[in-house]
Write a protein that binds this ligand. Structure first.
Ligand code: TMP
Length: 419
């Protein structure tokens, strides 16, 4: 790392949930660029920052986490991740809002606070149901997008001070939500205590995030990146709840982003919501059966990823030798990881297409592949499309049915497949 890179990263030597120093590294991807640091044409000429990506396991509470933490401002101040690009994600947001509204008896004077509210997509669903909403997100560029939708948004990091300001200025929330944010929180105990502070006595906190069991089973290594500091299984979550005054009362498995869980939390003292103990016990039994609580399970992960790398590079290499053109489909953050870790650049892919207007005209960090609108594939008619946004493969293939008369899709995950 250069001096300027070292300045923005710190190595942790204690578990971020239980404080133990018994951490063991099991997967080292080397130094990679930040996955959402898409580049302008001018940026491509300049040196890029790269930071270490190393995952470790806590031998005391079994929490899986990043060994190196990059300074949040490097990652979140100008954030190019916008969720509304996918119908599946919007359906998921609608489902969260609709089911929570009914199950937790939200009223027109109930306040719902979404932390990491991005462009306000989830809160829009709640607003349609007639409740009060407030977003919190440090990305200044996204506040504008959210407010255009009529979602009041505080463009700040969610700290204990901000929690106090919210309680003083607004009121306590009947529901707090986070989607795909829980992995991004560095100071977990402080953040949970801040959530506790803004929640009504009988309020509910719903957090939805990718599930470690799915990541391991399907080798979703490209979902490991600097922003995702934490990879959750049940045991560390139960400990986190206990340490911060919460009780987890339900968990659901959600088929999103390769497999996520939606966790329901209430204050320990609240008796309003029934604890679904059988469901929680089932999760624990599956995790025990899959040996999530022992380091040996994690140790062969790197070797399995290496085999996938060789297989994919061989496939792409052979296609190129046959003179085929290959284009990437989707420019998600995980695409940066897959492309850079596997060294897939101009030699193998011509360019990438993505539906997000903000990303079009920009270049992938590290490998410098240019991003174009999706329509370009119908002008150029490449023979193969490598789906980098594999979590939306079904949606992408469905909406590009007519492409199947031109060429084939290659899926890199969970198994390499050509369809
Ligand atoms: P995400 O997995 O981080 O949400 O990113 C998905 C990316 O894929 C996002 O940049 C939008 C892009 N995308 C398309 O380009 N076309 C599509 O049809 C879908 C569903 C997503």
């Amino acid at each position: 790392m250069t001096q300027s890179e070292v300045k923005h990263v710190k190595k942790i030597d204690r578990c971020r949930i239980c404080g133990s120093s018994r951490l063991e590294d099991f997967f080292d991807m080397g130094n990679l660029p930040l996955p959402n640091a898409f580049l302008t044409k001018e940026d491509v000429q300049k040196p890029e920052k790269r930071f270490p990506l190393v995952v470790c396991f806590c031998h005391d509470c079994t929490f899986v986490q990043l060994r190196y933490i990059v300074e949040p401002d490097q990652m979140f101040k100008h954030y190019l991740y916008i969720p509304s690009g996918s119908q599946i994600r919007i359906q998921n947001f609608n489902e969260i809002a609709f089911t929570a509204h009914r199950r937790f008896h939200l009223q027109s004077d109930s306040l719902v606070i979404d932390i990491g509210s991005n462009d306000g997509s989830l809160l829009s669903c709640f607003q349609t149901l007639g409740v009060q909403v407030l977003g919190v997100d440090p990305a200044e560029n996204l506040k504008v997008a959210a407010e255009l939708k009529g979602i009041p948004t505080l463009s700040e990091y969610f700290t204990q001070e901000l929690a106090q300001d919210i309680v003083n200025t607004y009121k306590k929330a009947a529901l707090v939500t986070t989607t795909n944010v829980f992995a991004h929180i560095e100071h977990l105990l402080d953040s949970m205590r801040a959530i506790y502070a803004i929640l009504d006595e009988d309020g509910v906190f719903i957090s939805q995030f990718p599930y470690l069991l799915d990541l391991l089973r399907d080798q979703l290594f490209d979902t490991i990146y600097h922003e995702h500091m934490s990879y959750y299984s049940l045991n560390p979550l139960l400990l986190l709840a206990e340490r911060t005054g919460f009780k987890i009362f339900d968990i659901q498995h959600v088929p999103l982003d390769g497999g996520s869980i939606r966790v329901f939390w209430k204050k320990k003292e609240s008796h309003k919501w029934k604890i679904e103990q059988e469901t929680i016990d089932q999760f624990r039994a599956i995790e025990e059966r899959e040996k999530l609580y022992t380091i040996d399970t994690y140790k062969d992960f790197g070797a399995r990823v290496q085999r996938t790398k060789e297989e994919l590079l061989q496939l792409l290499g052979e296609l190129k030798q046959d003179g085929k053109r290959i284009v990437g489909y989707g420019a998600p953050a995980k695409g940066t990881i897959l492309l850079n870790y596997f060294h897939i650049d101009k030699r193998l892919l011509d360019y990438v297409v993505d539906s997000t207007v903000y990303k079009q005209g920009l270049y992938f960090p590290g490998v410098h592949l240019e991003i174009f609108p999706e329509s370009k594939i119908y002008e150029d008619r490449p023979e193969y499309l490598l789906i980098l946004a594999w979590n939306f493969a079904t949606e992408i293939i469905e909406k590009n049915k007519r492409y199947q008369a031109i060429g084939k899709f290659i899926l890199p995950s969970p198994e390499i497949a050509t369809v």
